[in-house]
Design a protein around this ligand. Structure first.
Ligand code: SAM
Length: 285
């Protein structure tokens, strides 16, 4: 059952959080010359047309990137992320740049990695996989897999360079996905204990999120940072009020950069002053 299509949601507040963390982690990996591997378990279509009927139907980008795109006094990490989205829209000095396209995580990773850094992208849905292939084109050290990313990524670990980032971004359409992600993270960590694993989660039912976080802590995996951005107060399971990321082996700069960015974002993206955020250590180093 694969009904989720990210084109209806691209650029919303959850994408802002996820892609800001992604930019921060990739920028940090690029500070050393040694190659790193980037693996994404749920890649989606790669890049999104915000003028397409699907994006226009819910106009979710208005809860996220639209509020930031033309900002001038942005916190440092928000500016780094917005700069990447502007670049994907052909940002040119002296001309007004219009927001027409939203780069998904594959497009951001392809823009940020160096030629020596391999990328492996998994996408199961045939239609989304075809769009992903078109969006990525042929690039050196890029491999696309039309396969289950939670299973497929394990076979790639540890990467030869022993440096790497795994982005886990399911749509959580089924209740069992939280458990499947937990099992995958345990297997990945056993094979690649020093790798960074970034797991996105939606805040729909608060108790489910807290149970997921507790289960992750109970695995005894060390060094986990939790970041969350909630434009709305917790609801009663009728829709996504916020989202978060759990980052195993986070870059040492991530906690500080997110600590600067998130309170500002909670104000700017918060609905009627009701936004909130958190940056907390779930497990010590
Ligand atoms: N990571 C993308 C981004 O930020 O631009 C968005 C990905 S979207 C939230 C989730 C995608 O995972 C969907 O395109 C869906 O078809 C795909 N998917 C669902 N189950 C999968 C699985 N087991 N393995 C690989 N892809 C899967």
């Amino acid at each position: 059952m694969l009904s989720y299509q990210h084109r209806y949601h691209a650029g919303n507040h959850a994408d802002v959080l996820k892609h800001m963390v992604l930019v921060a982690l990739l920028e940090h990996l690029c500070t050393k010359d040694k190659p790193f591997s980037y693996v994404e378990t749920h890649a989606g279509a790669g890049c999104y047309d915000l003028e397409a009927p699907e994006a226009q139907r819910l106009r979710e980008h208005e809860t996220g990137i639209v509020k930031l795109f033309d900002g001038t006094d942005l916190p440092e990490l928000v500016a780094a992320y917005v700069g990447r989205v502007r670049a994907a829209n052909g940002d040119a000095a002296g001309e007004r740049t219009l927001l027409k396209r939203y780069p998904g995580s594959p497009a951001l990773a392809l823009a940020l990695r160096r030629p020596q850094d391999p990328i492996d992208l998994f996408e199961l849905h045939p239609g989304e996989f075809a769009l992903l292939s078109d969006a990525c084109g042929a690039a050196p050290r890029l491999r696309l897999h039309q396969a289950d990313g939670l299973e497929g990524c394990i076979g790639l670990l540890p990467p030869p360079s022993r440096r790497g980032l795994i982005l886990v971004d399911p749509s959580y359409e089924t209740r069992t996905e939280f458990d499947a992600v937990l099992r995958m993270v345990q297997r990945a960590h056993r094979r690649f204990a020093t790798g960074t694993i970034a797991i996105w989660y939606p805040v729909v039912v608060r108790q489910r999120v807290e149970a997921f976080c507790r289960s992750l802590v109970q695995t005894a995996i060390p060094d986990i940072l939790r970041v969350e951005l909630n434009p709305l107060p917790d609801g009663e399971g009728r829709g996504m009020t916020g989202s978060g990321m759990l980052v195993v082996n986070p870059a040492w700069t991530l906690e500080r950069r997110m600590g600067e960015a998130l309170p500002w974002l909670a104000q700017v993206l918060g609905d009627d002053g009701r936004g909130s955020c958190r940056v907390e250590r779930l497990a010590a180093e």
